[in-house]
Design a protein around this ligand. Structure first.
Ligand SMILES: C[S@@+](CC[C@H](N)C(=O)[O-])C[C@H]1O[C@@H](n2cnc3c(N)ncnc32)[C@H](O)[C@@H]1O
Length: 271
């Protein structure tokens, strides 16, 4: 899968299902840990929402009058975000962020890096642009729960069928219609067909998904001198979330010195 194909996917199916002006529903779709993270932010913080999509979280930040910038690889998604919430935005790639090192007080990465070609590189880029002492909210797909199996099947069949014009009506009839009805009932009539279709595509058709265990994220944090402050398993949900702090500059220098000392000792031992 090339980056261009992935752009096309979220351009055609932005992660957009809730009416932008429905604040009750917006609140209910921001996880409790993210809501807590946002509520603790200083008004003067600069928050970068990397992979902001059509701005679900930017809207939440905008209501709190927090300075924020959205970035997304999908021009269509970003366009929706800017139009709705009048916040600045950049079309860009999480793997090569167009921001200076230490530019952000806080980073939000909600359901994004697991869609990139290299989740660790995306994580590292987020960390690079976070200022020492800053914090990142990170939500990624977890390997437990039913979603990994559902993405394989029926997801595998759905992706196959959508590539064959004669089989597409089967997807609509067998999967999309029931999916819409369930969501329509659960949302008490709020879910529209286009909204449910976008969710359906994000769930079953999105071309690239990685399931990232907690231990792996912990290892990444250790490698990048990050410290996990909070973890939420989000029982019953597809993603788990982390709040990670980037060690302050002095602590980084200390850790780098320790790394250098350990390395020197290892070299001596092996000599
Ligand atoms: C599931 S949506 C999440 C959107 C938003 N964070 C939210 O929670 O509402 C994933 C988003 O990640 C974006 N994305 C995927 N790969 C990306 C990359 N390499 N660089 C920037 N954005 C990317 C997609 O375009 C899409 O808008």
């Amino acid at each position: 899968m090339t980056p261009t194909e992935s752009v096309t996917f979220y351009d055609q199916h932005p992660f957009d299902w809730a009416p932008a002006d429905d604040s009750t529903e917006m609140k209910s779709v921001v996880s409790p840990l993210l809501a807590e993270f946002i509520n603790k932010l200083d008004e003067n913080s600069l928050v970068l929402d990397i992979g902001c999509g059509p701005g679900r979280v930017l809207g939440f930040l905008a209501r709190r009058r927090i300075r924020c910038i959205g970035l997304d690889r999908s021009r269509v998604s970003l366009g929706l975000a800017i139009q709705r919430y009048s916040r600045p935005g950049v079309v860009g790639d999480n793997l090569h962020l167009p921001f200076l090192e230490g530019a952000a007080d806080a980073i939000i990465s909600d359901g994004v890096i697991h869609h990139t070609e290299d989740p660790f590189a995306a994580f590292t880029e987020n960390f690079r642009i976070l200022k020492p002492g800053g914090q990142m909210y990170l939500a990624v797909y977890k390997p437990s729960g039913r979603y990994p199996a559902l993405y394989r099947f029926p997801g595998g069949f759905i992706r196959w069928a959508l590539n064959h014009s004669w089989a597409r009506p089967l997807v609509t009839l067998l999967f999309q219609v029931p999916y819409f009805l369930v969501h329509f009932v659960r949302s008490k009539g709020k879910r529209t067909w286009p909204g449910a279709r976008n969710l359906f595509y994000d769930y079953f058709v999105t071309p690239r998904v990685a399931f990232l265990p907690r231990q792996l994220v912990e290892e990444w944090c250790a490698q990048r001198q990050g410290r996990i402050l909070q973890y939420d398993e989000n029982r019953g949900q597809n993603v788990h979330s982390f709040i990670v702090a980037k060690e302050p500059a002095e602590e980084q220098i200390r850790l780098n010195k320790m790394d250098a000392k350990n390395l020197a000792e290892e070299v001596r031992r092996n000599a």
